[in-house]
Ligand binder design. Structure first.
Ligand SMILES: *[C@@H]1O[C@H](CO)[C@@H](O)[C@H](O)[C@H]1NC(C)=O
Ligand SMILES: *[C@@H]1O[C@H](CO)[C@@H](O)[C@H](O)[C@H]1NC(C)=O
Length: 479
């Protein structure tokens, strides 16, 4: 017979092993897929296919590959390749997250859900910090649907922004606190002064075009060099500002105040032989019928000014709603929904755009023509459908229209990556985009990879077993 003490001792040892292995795994998970979870590297060959090996040989192969990468990353600390070995510019290193969709806690929310939401924030934040440490990106972009609902008040919008900043992206919140100190209700809760914001905007849009809305930047590598050496980019999603039938001045004003501009471009190295740019596009305000049609004018004005830049380089377009594609190419097919003619709860929304899976065919053609006006290669990253997908948009030069397909069929084929969601249900993905300038063709080449984590559960097991292990050892010790 084993004694109680011995029993607890064995349990503690077992729990310790589980804790160590799960925690080891969650902090080193990208090493399990070293090729998928690294920047593209020009020298990299095709991945070795281990599927022909026996199960046993496969296990050994994958374990070795995993441990080797852990060793290289964490012990030797290899730096990501810069890509400038052939005398070209350094590679562009962008990590992109699709649809975090963080949820809110209300009075009636039960404790399980509360815990789940709390844990989920840290789960997402864990992915961000592991990937940032491993990859040291030059840009971090979140492709819209930062939150899970457009039907929330200003105070909840503020509270989620605060969670987004601290728990997910480990960023400073003092500046949003100072915004709240300036704009709040009688209880000190954030309340956006959207009337003022709207009046300012309308004043600017009364002037002759081109409107001076300050859409453009150049060579920005960080919004604040003292705090960070990468550029953080937010993109509007339907859950952040609504579809165009929902978007009010309040929605846009608070987004602008806490997340910055919804439409802008950043040109890099414009006057060199290797120019490229990032275009952030608010894809929700391109078509209607919209609640505030003037917002659509602004987005189109942005696209017009963008095309008039006569930019010579390659373009990375970041937006939320994917471009038009026929049923079957991706998980989402074309779909538009409008508010009914008689809509009792909000009669002013009658017939307005209620939701969309893609941009419409006409709008897709127009946007692609304006953004890829110079017929230079580029890449598009979008979110919205959660499953993820890869498509090419092939330009027909006779008709100036673009057709989606699985393989490129035209001389100018722009790849659209719908980035698989970051949410736990979709395995906590990180999109990894490398831009490499090819000296021989004088073109930027864009390479995308998806690095999966896993469902939240292992993350939870790692955290819970840490507590269980401490408890068990304490019991064993005092018995
Ligand atoms: C936001 O957070 C503050 C401070 O924790 C709280 O008082 C307020 O009720 C929250 N807002 C909402 C809508 O829950
Ligand atoms: C994006 O949003 C975060 C969170 O509010 C903010 O810190 C950052 O400055 C925003 N980016 C821009 C370009 O405004």
């Amino acid at each position: 017979m084993i004694s109680i003490k011995q029993f607890f001792k064995w349990c503690s040892i077992l729990a310790t092993l589980i804790t160590l292995s799960t925690n080891f795994y969650i902090y080193t998970y990208p090493s399990a897929y070293p090729a998928k979870c690294s920047w593209y590297c020009a020298e990299e060959g095709p991945e070795f296919d281990a599927s022909s090996l026996s199960i046993f040989a496969q296990a050994i192969y994958y374990t070795k590959r995993y441990l080797k990468d852990v060793y290289e990353q964490n012990v030797i600390g290899v730096e990501p390749p810069k890509g400038s070995e052939d005398g070209g510019p350094e590679d562009v290193h962008i990590i992109a997250f699709g649809d975090p969709q963080i949820k809110g806690i209300w009075h009636g929310t039960d404790y399980n859900t509360r815990l789940d939401i709390y844990g989920n924030d840290y789960y997402l934040g864990h992915i961000v910090s592991v990937m940032q440490q491993r990859l040291k990106p030059s840009h971090v972009a979140v492709l819209g649907d930062l939150f899970s609902s457009q039907w929330i008040g200003d105070s909840e919008f503020y509270n989620r922004t605060s969670r987004y900043l601290t728990r997910l992206f480990h960023r400073d919140t003092s500046w949003i606190e100072s915004v709240r100190d300036r704009q709040h209700d009688d209880n000190g809760l954030y309340k956006v002064q959207w009337m003022e914001w709207g009046q300012d905007l309308n004043k600017q849009c009364e002037a002759e075009k081109p409107w001076d809305l300050e859409f453009g930047y150049s060579d920005v590598h960080s919004w604040d060099h003292n705090k960070e050496d990468y550029l953080f980019i937010n993109v509007t999603g339907n859950h952040d500002i609504g579809y165009s039938g929902d978007t009010t001045y309040q929605h846009l004003a608070r987004y602008a105040q806490l997340f910055g501009k919804d439409n802008y471009w950043i040109e890099y190295d414009r006057d060199t032989d290797h120019p490229w740019r990032i275009v952030v596009l608010n894809s929700l305000l391109l078509e209607g019928p919209a609640l505030q049609p003037e917002f659509l004018d602004i987005t189109w004005e942005f696209l017009t000014q963008l095309a008039e830049r006569n930019f010579e380089g390659s373009t990375v377009l970041l937006s939320h709603v994917p471009f038009y594609k026929e049923e079957g190419l991706c998980s989402d097919g074309p779909h538009f929904d409008y508010y009914p003619e008689t809509y009792e709860s909000e009669p002013y929304k009658s017939n307005l755009l209620r939701s969309q899976n893609h941009l419409s065919k006409e709008v897709s053609d127009e946007v692609l023509n304006l953004v890829f006006f110079n017929n230079k290669p580029g890449i598009i990253l979008t979110g919205h459908d959660h499953e993820g997908c890869k498509t090419y948009y092939n330009k027909d030069f006779d008709t100036n229209t673009w057709t989606a397909s699985k393989q490129p069929t035209s001389e100018l084929a722009i790849q659209e990556i719908t980035v698989r969601a970051m949410m736990g249900e979709f395995d906590g993905n990180t999109g990894i985009l490398t831009g490499h300038f090819d000296r021989s063709t004088s073109d930027w080449h864009w390479h995308f990879k998806l690095c999966p984590f896993m469902v939240q559960h292992i993350w939870w097991v790692a955290k819970i077993f840490l507590i269980v292990t401490v408890l068990l050892w304490s019991i064993t010790f005092f018995l």
